[in-house]
Design a protein. Sequence first.
Length: 275
Amino acid sequence: MANFTAADVKKLRDDLGAGMMDAKNALVEADGDYDKAVELLRIKGAKAVAKRDDRATSEGIVVASAANGAATVVELASETDFVAKNERFVALGDKVLAAVAAADATDVASANAAEVDGKTVLDVVNEAAAQLGEKIEIRTVRRVEGSAFEIYLHKTSQDLPPQIAVVVAYEGDNAAEARSIAQHIAFANPTFLTRDEIPAEDIEKERATVEAITREEGKPEAALPKIVEGRLNAYRKQVALLEQDYAKDNKISVAKAAENAGITIQGFARVKVGA
């Protein structure tokens, strides 16, 4: 019979998050060799992760931090909200964020390659996936540079961790107004900071769409250019943050609100779980 104790089983469970029978069976197969049992469980976990590759990850959490002139937002995705609110998963989100931010990662590939505890973030995430029994992945990474930052994390459900993360980079001293603008972004979901950042191809695609809609409405041919341009301006106002009506006071734009507060918005990021 394999030479191991109940303490060995408990240690294996604590170290790898394995089930009792999985830990016990691994020690039996390894003939009591703890290190070999660890390797066996990791191999088993890796196989389980591979089998889940084609599963959808529509739940998860968002985490954000700012330091040294940059802010980082990470979306860590899971299959179910049950795992999303698991303490181990939430702790994993914080651990991954710290590693990704330290590596100055700007996308998923560089985030997965970041180092944490002598391993890559991808390895750590996959080990957690094996322990929690679900596919887990980094789905979104955003990095914003600026002078100062305000971070707003919004819960769409009180039963879950934050599902929307907003970072606002700004110059100035009014943190309270920067936070209000971050809350506005969470609600209004702009895509660009200014209208000048909207790609020309996006404008032309929208132009073709609104022109087709306007013709379908039977508007006079002579009036088409003015109507189409008006609708394009409405589109620009919808997607560009500084053009939007400010949620806190819809009589002014976000740009005017920032000006009144003595701050300059330098950039932003908004990430929503599953979006």
